[in-house]
Design a protein. Structure first.
Length: 336
């Protein structure tokens, strides 16, 4: 945390630009850009070279950077509106057998289909799921900026809500490794004496870590309808530092006739680094070895647990192909 301390000191002394403050508040951006009429305008504008050029000049967001789409609503509202299967809760040795999903800003506002994939895969495994509620950003982007006050504000909103869910018997998970890491490692390091922070930490799982544990407990559905062939799998940096092992590869290779080739290289995206005017071209150079490796493997599928990293690889390939999240691949394998 030496670098984070330095960032915190710099932020306190110098503050940050409007752009950097905006980019590190994905929940605020998502809520505004997710307003129905606004979402349509923003998504169209992001595809316009002329408008992107103006945005680069005004805000310093590179005109060629891949930007996510915005969607209306949030995970809590979508979860409340859907019909849920009646599933018997089956606890294992470590898992409680029911899971609350921390949607993440990305799942809430940019790619809600990943929440659908996670929900479908878990419920196909007999695991009842629910949205964790109207949660705030996990705080990781603000932590990277050095804005510890905003990190604390996010913690004060999220932790009591998540701790109550743990008390109700829920395990916790999320679709973005950075957000999972925030609750499993960063917040516990910052607040080691906060009992609720530690409670949440102990209940938080990476999605594939959870499925792997259910397999060890004899509670995972291993009836697959479709093989995946060869998968070029980028191991996300913020998943590696969780020190849980390659659970995604382990679970995907349970699918018959499936070989997963792990690639342990940084994608260079880093959340905001790849979209900034001054660093986008560096990010494209950083992803090049990863892109070359994916191209060399000639796999049937490629992707990353980190959706932004996966999309950055697809952007680097620039061949019309699309990355596929491992949860999406699991759903394909199950045929659901």
């Amino acid at each position: 945390h030496l670098m984070l301390r330095a960032k915190a000191v710099r932020y306190k002394k110098e503050g940050a630009s409007f752009r950097d403050k905006l980019l590190t508040k994905p929940d605020t951006m998502g809520q505004f850009f997710g307003i129905p009429i606004v979402a349509g305008v923003v998504n169209a504008a992001n595809k316009s070279p002329a408008i992107r050029g103006m945005v680069e000049s005004a805000l310093g967001i590179h005109k060629d950077a891949e930007l996510p789409e915005f969607h209306t609503g949030n995970a809590a509202k979508r979860d409340a509106a859907r019909s849920k299967p009646q599933l018997e809760v089956k606890a294992g040795e470590k898992t409680t057998g029911k899971v609350a999903i921390f949607a993440t800003c990305y799942g809430n506002h940019n790619e809600p289909g990943l929440i659908d994939d996670l929900t479908a895969v878990f419920e196909h495994n007999g695991i009842p799921t629910r949205a964790a509620g109207d949660t705030a950003c996990c705080g990781m982007p603000r932590l990277e900026l050095g804005d510890l006050e905003s990190v604390n504000e996010a913690k004060e909103k999220n932790i009591p809500m998540l701790a109550r869910l743990v008390d109700e018997g829920y395990d916790l998970t999320g679709i973005v490794p950075s957000c999972v890491l925030m609750f499993k490692q960063e917040l516990p390091l910052m607040y080691p004496n906060d009992a609720d922070v530690i409670k949440v930490k102990n209940a938080f799982y990476d999605p594939f870590e959870y499925l792997s544990q259910r397999k060890r407990e004899g509670l995972m559905n291993t009836e697959f309808k479709n093989s995946l062939g060869k998968v070029a799998y980028h191991v996300a940096c913020h998943q590696r530092v969780q020190a849980i092992g390659m659970r995604t590869r382990e679970v995907l290779e349970m699918v018959p006739d499936t070989k997963v080739v792990p690639i342990e290289r940084c994608s260079g995206h880093d959340g905001t680094y790849a979209v900034k005017k001054e660093t986008h071209e560096i990010a494209m150079k950083l992803v090049k070895p990863l892109v070359n490796r994916v191209r060399k493997e000639e796999a049937d599928h490629y992707g990353s647990d980190c959706p932004l990293a996966g999309h950055h690889v697809a952007h680097g390939l620039d061949d019309g192909s699309r990355d596929e999240h491992p949860l999406t691949l699991m759903r394909t394998a199950y045929g659901i």
